[in-house]
Write a protein that binds this ligand. Structure first.
Ligand SMILES: C[S@@+](CC[C@H](N)C(=O)[O-])C[C@H]1O[C@@H](n2cnc3c(N)ncnc32)[C@H](O)[C@@H]1O
Length: 264
């Protein structure tokens, strides 16, 4: 690893270490709860039928996905680069009596410590295109993948107000990168994502638009941040988000794309 690369990795790790204690709070307010609901509704359809399946939750942080998967009976490996995020996860697993169902590993998703074809299902919900090859390596043949990617048009739209030049560069470039805090990730359009994964031997089932779609619904800030809400409004909001996540004409607009596919 070059010096620069290890410095980047160190800053990413430190950044997430600082967020660890507050990360889960975002999912307790309306905005996060809606996004969590949509993430799960989409995921449910692709989960292995067989509860003996081995699942990797890569860059899984505080175990938002790992904990419910372990409770459903799957054998889950949670890996992340941030020891503090993993500590929060460990405490949650302990509290819920799930610690012995989950293997926790501190590692970089771009250099996974697992042999080829170790998992039936691999998730990486961090928007990290750079990890794609390594994630595909550890999936068994016929195993499934769910990966979050940065959405090129969505990113350009949200960057425009602060930096019109960089938003336009992003849209015009074939190799577009998004800088956020200490992280830098490649952004793709749904078509570019499909083309890339199919070239790497993954049959793409579907690509959905997730995260950031609430911005288009003009919901008042106090509702988004509130930790108590009207159930009927929650249902209406999540239903529209789910419908929009599948709607081809709006797929370019979200912050992330989530791609589901199968290794062939
Ligand atoms: C936005 S959080 C997502 C956590 C979890 N996947 C979820 O959806 O709640 C991003 C996570 O990616 C982790 N991460 C960032 N870069 C990583 C890398 N190179 N290797 C492993 N984990 C990484 C961070 O430490 C953080 O826990």
């Amino acid at each position: 690893m070059s010096k620069d690369k290890s410095k980047d990795t160190e800053s990413v790790k430190n950044g997430w270490d600082e967020h660890a204690e507050t990360y889960d709070r975002w999912y307790q307010a309306f905005e996060g709860a809606c996004e969590n609901y949509v993430d799960w509704e989409l995921l449910k359809k692709y989960l292995p039928k067989n509860k003996d399946a081995k699942i990797l939750d890569a860059a899984g942080g505080t175990g938002r996905i790992t904990l419910p998967l372990a409770k459903m009976g799957y054998s889950v490996t949670l890996c992340d680069i941030s020891p503090a995020m993993l500590n929060v996860a460990k405490e949650k697993m302990k509290r819920e009596g799930m610690l012995d169902k989950v293997e926790i590993s501190e590692c970089d998703v771009q250099k996974l410590d697992f042999p080829d074809e170790s998992f039936d299902f691999v998730l990486c919900w961090d928007g990290m295109f750079e990890a794609a090859k390594e994630l595909i390596r550890v999936i068994k043949k016929k195993g499934k993948v769910s990966i979050f990617l940065m959405n090129k048009c969505g990113a350009a739209i949200s960057q425009f107000r602060e930096n019109p030049d960089s938003a336009l560069t992003l849209l015009k470039s074939e190799s577009a990168y998004i800088h956020h805090d200490e992280e830098k990730h490649k952004a793709l359009s749904p078509e570019e994502a499909k083309e890339y994964f199919e070239k790497e031997g993954v049959k793409v089932f579907e690509i959905y638009a997730v995260c950031g779609m609430l911005d288009f619904l003009s919901i008042p800030e106090e509702v988004l941040k509130s930790i108590e809400w009207d159930e009927k409004f929650f249902k209406q909001t999540t239903e529209i988000l789910l419908r929009l996540s599948k709607e081809p004409s709006v797929k370019g607009l979200s912050r992330h794309l989530v791609l589901y596919g199968e290794k062939i």
